[in-house]
Design a protein around this ligand. Structure first.
Ligand SMILES: [Fe+2]
Length: 177
């Protein structure tokens, strides 16, 4: 599957400076797209959520969350300096992968998108961790996938985990539908 096509749909993957981490993120996308039966371009047309009537795509959502997280990083650096240390690559990789499990949680039937059989019993934070772990994504990034959603509420989130969680809900709670 084409790494080039994945980068065209999610160009922010190139923001990851660590080549090893970038490779693991790309391989996780290859694995998830293959398991879900999607082409990279499908990420730009599948809805990011089944919980609202929206034409915001998976790619739009993930790119927005990643850009919000990056903007938070820049503000923190400017205003707080090193008083709130953040790992930029961990933050960006976690934002890019937080919903990767949706590629196996959702399936298409005709023009309709619906929960897959697996998605009915295993929500995307769990399948996302499994996909990313299989490609060697490190624990601090798996953590962000695991705790980005409501399932993560009882657990202490790392600063990067908290930023992705709030960036995700910033884009979810505000959209109509
Ligand atoms: Fe999510």
């Amino acid at each position: 599957m084409g790494v080039k096509q994945i980068l065209m749909v999610l160009p922010e993957i190139d923001w990851i400076e660590d080549e090893g981490l970038k490779g693991a993120v790309l391989r996780t996308y290859e694995r998830a797209l293959k398991e879900g039966g999607w082409a990279p371009e499908d990420m730009a047309r599948m809805p990011f959520t089944l919980a609202k009537e929206t034409d915001i795509s998976y790619a739009d959502h993930v790119r927005a969350v990643t850009r919000i997280a990056r903007a938070v990083y820049d503000v923190f650096k400017d205003i707080f300096g090193n008083r709130v240390p953040l790992r930029r690559d961990v933050l960006v990789a976690g934002a890019l992968l937080h919903d990767v499990g949706k590629l196996v949680e959702v399936e298409q039937e005709g023009d309709n998108f619906r929960k897959s059989a697996g998605g009915k019993v295993l929500r995307h934070p769990f399948s996302g961790v499994a996909l990313a772990a299989a490609e060697g994504v490190p624990a601090e990034v798996l953590h962000i996938i695991a705790v980005h959603s409501k399932e993560g509420d009882p657990y202490p989130r790392t600063p990067e985990g908290a930023i992705v969680h709030h960036a995700d809900f910033t884009t979810f709670d505000t959209i109509p539908g």
